[in-house]
Design a protein around this ligand. Sequence first.
Ligand code: ZN
Length: 307
Amino acid sequence: MSLSPAPVVVREVGLRDGLQILPRVLPTAHKLEWLRLAHEAGLREIEVGSFVPARLMPQLADTAELVAFAKTLPGCKPSVLVPNLKGAERAIASGAHAMLLPLSASHAHSLANLKRTPDEVVEDLRRIVDLRDAKGSDCLVEVGMSTAFGCTIQGRVEPSEVLRLLKAALDAGIDRIGLADTVGYADPLQVKTLFEQCLAVAGDKLACGHFHDTRGLGSANVFAAWQAGMRRFDACTGGIGGCPHAPGASGNVATEDLAYLFASMGVPTGLDFDRLMALRARVAQWLEGEPLHGAIWRAGLPKTVAA
Ligand code: ZN
């Protein structure tokens, strides 16, 4: 008797990580269709946007409306990115399933992007957990530790610093945390080692791998994290979400590539490959002129793999 492997969750983050760096604003009607098609394709965890001031990011100004729509889709768990306490208030009010808080492992990246040191961000986490609890909300507080594998500003990021911040974030009372290769610097051995070290500290609270395919190692890094025991990954339809520091580079790992990666190994994801490809085709129409990435769309599934 062979045991079937544990399922993997793929969270679609194209509506946030993918769209936030594009100069164009995708109309809300298209985003609602994106959500509907993603849900039809079997995606249940979807990051729908971000509660940042609309003047800073007009691309994501309709986030509350998207959360409300996602909640009408059976089993759908919408998450939102929030940069601070104000954003957390809006996330709680929206009824989102989870709010994602960025914490940079790179001191320099943290100052440049969040205008705060990593330790100041950890203090904010504590306040956000307290706020959530005071409101009686069941919105999960998830941390995305960005630049965990290297940073375009400071270069190397020490694993000891990642582990220190991981412990500090857990002490602040957060529900779960993921490691992100924000700029596509990670290699598979580095990923396997760091995920193993962090899993030993965080257990099942370490709950996400977020990889960019900037330099072509995205899927290899997902596989390495999976080997270390990770069972939940972020991905973007069409591999959108390129790096502002590396013009023309690939974006996040593509949702359809991860569906293929896990299907090829017999790991269940609940994803329907043909429907993911249909969604990709729609996104390509909506974002005409923007480069899409990923690999499996070119040749399609091999005859030996059923998805
Ligand atoms: Zn990202």
